[in-house]
Design a protein around this ligand. Sequence first.
Ligand code: HGY
Ligand code: MN
Ligand code: MN
Length: 416
Amino acid sequence: MHVPRLHVPRLHVPQLPSGLAEIADVGRDHRRGGYSRHLWQAADLELRSWFVERAERLGLDVETDRNGNLWAWWGQPGTDAVVTGSHLDSVPGGGAYDGPLGVVSALEAIGRLQASGFVSTKPCAIVMFAEEEGSRFGVACLGSRLLTGAIDADQARALTDHDGVTLADAARQVGVDPAHLGIDRDALARIGLFIELHVEQGRGLIDLGQPVAVASSILAHGRWRLTVTGQGNHAGATTMGERRDPMVATARAIVGVQAAALSLPGTRATIGRIEAIPGGTNVIASSVHTWLDARAETDQETRLLVADIDARAQQAAQQNGCSATLTEESWAGAVQFHPGLRERFARALGQLPELPTGAGHDAGVLAAQVPSAMLFVRNPTGISHAPEEFAETADCAAGVDALELLLRELLSERPL
Ligand code: HGY
Ligand code: MN
Ligand code: MN
């Protein structure tokens, strides 16, 4: 894939660590606030160019793999590489740190190792995973799922975005051959260990009063599309008694989503997106699509939660003369990170705390195939997937310190 060269203007945005300041204006969403940076669209392409330019400034060799993930190699790629990195894409109206902090911190940590004259005993790479948020094609961690074979390649190729563009066509438009999308055993064989630094999406580190933590686990989570179908009609000519209004049924179903999650302690269920068809002010909708995000500590609890939500939606539809279908679009089972790595990293970093997370990550996808770990950096607002997401510069620096220390230790080990 040709990645156009980009002159990176140096912007001074005081509260952002240097690398983040450089991309502070890329993909700003002036309607929603925050950032909207989605796979292979303008902002994503600009960020890819920025990443290549930054990596090449460190003398790293950058390549795009068959799934559109970028790999910046320090040293010849080989097996047993220590890989770090994260993603640069965002949710619609997302924050500045979710994803980019991990990429910037990896660039910073390797820059420091190089500047200190450190000589690595192993290959090292920074990876930028594609479509981690699933904001364009609806499946979270799409780039790492394709890499590991966690999603069927044909199913992936057929995914469509809001405009009906398939992943295959979108790949073709940027020079990625859709026929090659899918598990990449060669790339996987190169990874000895993956460590992802990420802004914390929650309040754990605030409550602990610590800048950095090691991740312990990730909730099981998935996405479902709920479609409620009724009868489209005229808003003025149709009496209330003769309606089969899917919007009313959907509203009741959404209240049911909250009730179901509240009835199962520790579970989380969200409807953040809704589309009425045809979507006219003076039109009773013919159908309404909403998207459910459901999460829990275990796979089983998540399935139970979704079954309860489905039952409530069916009842709401029936009471309004409508029908409802709930279709699974994305699923990721609960993840326990490698206990040995967690203990080793927490110890190496002076007994850092361990924290679970409700947010999914590429490290969670890779954990099924390679030893993976995560570092979290404190977020004073505790808010994420919103413009308020934040991390103090001092805490970002503590995160880079921790990542640099771990990379120094891991890259000093005797090769396997
Ligand atoms: O949705 C998530 O948990 C992640 O931010 N992709
Ligand atoms: Mn996210
Ligand atoms: Mn993320």
